[in-house]
Write a protein that binds this ligand. Sequence first.
Ligand code: ADP
Ligand code: MG
Ligand code: MG
Length: 897
Amino acid sequence: MTQYVYMFSDGDKDQKDLLGGKGANLAEMVKLGLPVPPGFTISTDACRAYLSEGKVPPEVRVEVTRRLREVEDHIDRTLGDSEEPLLLSVRSGAKFSMPGMMETVLNVGLNDDTVHALADFAGDERFAWDSYRRLIQMFGKTVLDIDSELFSEALDARKSEAGVTSDVELDVEQLRTLVKEYKAIVEDATGKPFPQTPRKQLDMAIEAVFRSWNTERAMLYRRRERIPDDLGTAVNVQAMVFGNLGETSGTGVCFTRDPSSGHSGVYGDYLPNAQGEDVVAGIRNTLALSDLKERDRDAYRELRSAMRRLETHYRDLCDIEFTIERGKLWMLQTRVGKRTAAAAFRVATQLVDEQLITMDEALERVTGEQLTNLLFPQFDKDAVRQLLATGMGASPGAAVGAVAFDNASATAKAAEGVDVVLVRRETSPEDLPGMIAAQGVLTARGGKTSHAAVVARGMGMCAVVGAEDLQIDVAKKTITVGETVVSEGDVISIDGKTGQIYLGAVDVIDSPVMTYIADGLEAAQAKAEDDDTRELVAAVDRLLQHADARRRLRVRTNADTGEDAQRARDRGAEGIGLCRTEHQFLGERREYIERVILAEDDEARASVMAELLPLQRADFVELLTVMDGLPATIRLIDPPLHEFLPDLTELTVKVELAKARGEEGPELERDKVLLEAVRATHEQNPMLGLRGVRLGLKYPGLFALQIRAIAEAVVELRGQGKDPQPEIMVPLIGSRRELHLVREQGLEILQEVGEAAGMTLDLPIGCMIELPRAALTAERIAHEADFFSFGTNDLTQTTWGFSRDDVETEFFTTYMENGVLAVSPFETLDGIGVGELVRQGVAGGRKTKPSLKTGVCGEHGGDPESIHFFHEVGLDYVSCSPFRVPVARLEAGRAAA
Ligand code: ADP
Ligand code: MG
Ligand code: MG
């Protein structure tokens, strides 16, 4: 038979699944011999049984009775006893800490009878009645679901009648009256009197904790944090200790190190003569922990020693909740404490230096997400600034720009080279062009899963959302905040981390960690303004170096230009995983593609290609020079033709207008021919149309040109004594035959160019795996491929049937709110779906060629969670944007450590 209830003395910190975080850590403290009021934990098994059966299983009640006896024996007090009553706290505690669930009920066991006993036993009548009114208030709110306002109003009324401002000033009589009023509120709201039987109070509180697992707020929180719904929560039942027994009592919270800097020392707050939530509720001003030293040296010393004990034991920064009852210290909670990104890096290396953890463990203590946070540009903290309002930081970064209220003005200003911040009440899919043009986006409505927030995070752009103080008048093009009016074109600055909005331009600087990444440790140390920063940069350096030594995955970058490639190489990229060649045909060179398409015969086409050849060769020479000695995967031209041609509608209008005006001449004639071609190549679904290898097979000269340019670039660079290592990659392969055709043609060109130069050009030719069919037939395709690169953007698009260009803007927010998606599959790889195709693709390919090189290009290559997946399926490398290279290095190291 399952055991449902465990004494604190039976568990330990590794049993979070069963006992929840709070229960497991209480048990651990008991094991360490720290002073913890006795109690027991009702397990998550019991919660799951409750959730599936709709009632608390009778066995749980029986076990609670038994465990309760043990507690009663232990401290020699009995629940409901009319002389020495035991009082209990009932505390929820899931595996992951979770706001939105039922909080704590203190003082369970008090009723009209035991309140007198408590008064006698404590020798303090006021205290007893204060505890009783707290019980009714907490029980009413969290167990009986009564609007807490009703209680606060009654309390306020009492206070004003007594002419006092703080509840500690209410006397016994006033508290007695308040209890009466509270009981009336309960009876009014529920139709039943406040339960007087202590055991009934306990059972109701336990059930309320279980029930609260499925409140709307809790469910929403779990979806956002990707916490499974079926974990359930545990319930901790514990003997009460009292911080509200006068000036020698009190309650507090503390950290073993400063959670924002990582410095070790004494950090915490203490509130004398108070109970539980008074500290956080900010009812009275708290004292610093050092004041406790003055008030009660012994208790302070004991607390300090418990803090040291816990930190050495957990080998990490801990936070602690404690209560002092008439000079006696009681530990009520501990856990590994949350910390800022900077503190995470510092604490991890400090603990290594203190020989508490190894470098591998230190690597586990920091995340790529934290590193990303440290890389974003920041506002110069010394810059003058004027706060306009504060919203929610939804996507980090710092943006400065002229206010624009719509797409048209945002794109127009951006085209003039003016930085823009797009300001909307809320954004919708139509705002995408404006967002792309802007440096940052600011909305007055919506939360962290609003459209603006989701899209901005996907694009890596700075966003502040839900700044409700902004009155946005789109028609008048103004933002009003109180007296201040901001008009279109006025400059504002927004901080995507803190949500702060400033008037005017605030200076933006590189973060110290970014300086380190770009310019190295020495430069960053020299520029650092204080020791904390120097320490941070050194910590990042140590951990990144360790990650580099540890990781199996190589980290390459996506780079199309020499400049990008150089930036990535500086940040530790070990090659290029994806060079998109299409941008080399945009801008001025677009007309060449037009001419290829318009060419009347092969000869005409060949002559355009001949003109293009030296231009392409120069592109590759530049790129391969920067990447000298490292592999560089060059993808042959991929996008559909229409991206190189004028827009069908615009061109039609242009031609018709010219005709109507009776214009003639070579330009019009050319436009007419072009229009024919545009019509002929027009597709309903270009992303599923003539693109990638299909384009290459239809216009064989295109791929041939590119392959020749690559080959000639190699010859040229080898001539200079360099070591170029291009890899030729064919996009959108779906069948072995497609790749075979391109490969044959490619090998021929390589041989020809090689022979002419008197050298062997055995450049690898491989393909993207970005269609489900390619992944499924990888075993066959591998016969023709020297390497695979998983194009997980397209693979996600084609596996889900989501159009990447539309979907993130259309219904992803809905999908996230109703739980179909926890995160955009374009951000984090959908491991069980798309990931399965990657797995099969790798397995298939390696069946044919055991040492086939495999990698991934696309956004997922820089996403922490996805990187762990790629490590696990055995890829050789990930490729990501230059900005993400350090993050990928860190995460690849963490995956291997
Ligand atoms: P949370 O998860 O919100 O921190 P807790 O269960 O830790 O909730 O309870 C909040 C506070 O209630 C504690 O910090 C402590 O001050 C008080 N509390 C809880 N249990 C007891 C107890 N047995 N005796 C005295 N105070 C308690
Ligand atoms: Mg707590
Ligand atoms: Mg693709």
